[in-house]
Design a protein around this ligand. Sequence first.
Ligand code: ADP
Length: 338
Amino acid sequence: MAIENQNIQAEDQSLDQALRPQSWAEYIGQEGIKKNLKILIQAATERGEPIEHILFYGPAGLGKTTLAYLVARELKAQIKVTSGPAIERVGDLASILTNLSPGDILFIDEAHRLNKLIEEILYPALESRSLDIVIGKGPSARTIQLELPPFTLIAATTRVALLSSPLRSRFSGGTFRLEFYTSDEIKKIIARSARILKVSVDDEAVDEIAKRARFTPRVANRLLKRARDFAQVEKSPRITNELAVNALQMLEIDAAGLETTDRMILNTIISKFGGGPVGISTLAAATSEEKEAIEEVYEPYLMQLGFLERTSRGRVVTARAYEHLGLKSKLDQDSLLV
Ligand code: ADP
């Protein structure tokens, strides 16, 4: 079973690679960001300099990594990829930085998980391309300074507020916030992915998948792949609306794109905390979900739908969410008592 899971994961990863846009034209949406990046790239290329450091932020699966690869491709630059938690020690960062070639792009995903010590060594590396390393301990300790080649850092994060402000201020090329996609954009992404996967999908099925894709390309692709599996098992040459609906129902994704955990979070706030407000730590304990997962994965979409609000006193479920879950809202219940 474990091996089977690994195979599925490996297949999913190679499919992800295949579906990843390779040019600006293939990268659908986020028009403002694309425009800015193109100018940044053109200006730097004309000057013969590397572009300045860039930060992308926004919920997972919206295309931050893809943008970093596109920028590298456009600049014909090499890209080295790592992530915040992977850089544990100063030595890890030193080895990454000293192995860069002039013009390289260093992509650090999950930048909010860089530890503070690493961040502090990163500042001079970003600003003056120098790396200060302390060798030895106590009175015999000394600092050596290494000069680094010109390079560009592209960092990505789902939690921009957790980046320290000195680090945030180092992204002189720009800080770009990726937005959720419109449903038209998601439909285009599904249609493009279907062409790459060589699977025919009826228009209604595209609509149905788009509706439940959390306005997120990665989710849209995942749902399309599951619908494709379903069609294959049913020996259908195309993904019809009925097949898509059945596949989505089997995945327990409802008409608003909510998955089991989203509903469980809303139901917990309603049943245990009278609809809120409830603090994030209390909610995490009551749902047995990681606080980070609630904040990074579930909450952004629930807020985007207007099902959840963040107030200074905690999270509150909205009347719209009660309606979606088929429950009477607290306001309605209160008014019955008057
Ligand atoms: P993030 O780094 O923000 O988590 P990724 O860049 O890994 O997101 O994108 C997830 C997947 O979604 C990619 O494999 C890619 O196929 C698809 N994708 C992301 N953005 C777009 C887009 N604008 N157009 C088409 N496909 C996209």
